[in-house]
Design a binder for this molecule. Sequence first.
Ligand code: AMP
Length: 250
Amino acid sequence: MQAELGHLLRDKLKDSCDRNADRAVRRAYRLVLLGAPGVGKGTQAELLMERFGACHLSTGDIFRAARNRPAAELAPGMVTALEFMRRGELVPDDIVVRVVSECTEQLTCPHGFLLDGFPRTVAQAEALKGILARHALRLDAVLDYELPREQILRRISGRRLCSRCGISYHVESRRPKVSGFCDNCGGTVIQRDDDRPEAVLVRLETYACQTAPLISYYRKEGILVTVECGETPEETFARSLVGLRSLAGE
Ligand code: AMP
């Protein structure tokens, strides 16, 4: 399964890194993006990627890419993973950790990386520490995006994404120029299965129980940056940069 997974997004991720490398600032940031589903981590990842030239690694994107492949081509572990995902539950730690440890190219990207949706449990955070240590690397910061629950629900219910390149849209605030089709690649713009209301409630509950403990975990490590989401992605991005600078004592 590892080889299969590793190839799923490798080309896409490498392209994004190469495309941004010339714009990279000198500092290579190795960041985790934390926050409940719907706070806009994917959009912040796009903005941070543009700014730093870092590689974006989203475990959710990896599972979604696997879902678009014929079931017969998937390893049994991945079939199990997709069942968890469809219900809005977390995929078991061992499967996710194997997927991430396989993404060496992104983790060792010279411009840094942005981990979006990983780690999601304390066990995954511990595993990440081990994976990075094997490459003589460590995290620089964890950006924790905060947004009130009612705004999260509004954002998720209107959220759409391109079924081909994964760019996100919103029915109110970020519509594609041609309705139903992606501005970037022309792919079909769809609603995610797990953005359906019943799956969303499970995901928010799962976040509160299993992922929120990472906030104190990383606070204790001294690398937590809390970012209150602003009205626009750009405002949130500006706050992220301020937080990163302040953590670095600049
Ligand atoms: P996301 O796009 O990050 O919201 O992820 C979509 C779904 O993929 C989640 O609801 C989980 O089912 C699964 N998933 C993604 N990342 C992880 C992870 N780190 N641990 C467990 N499950 C994950």
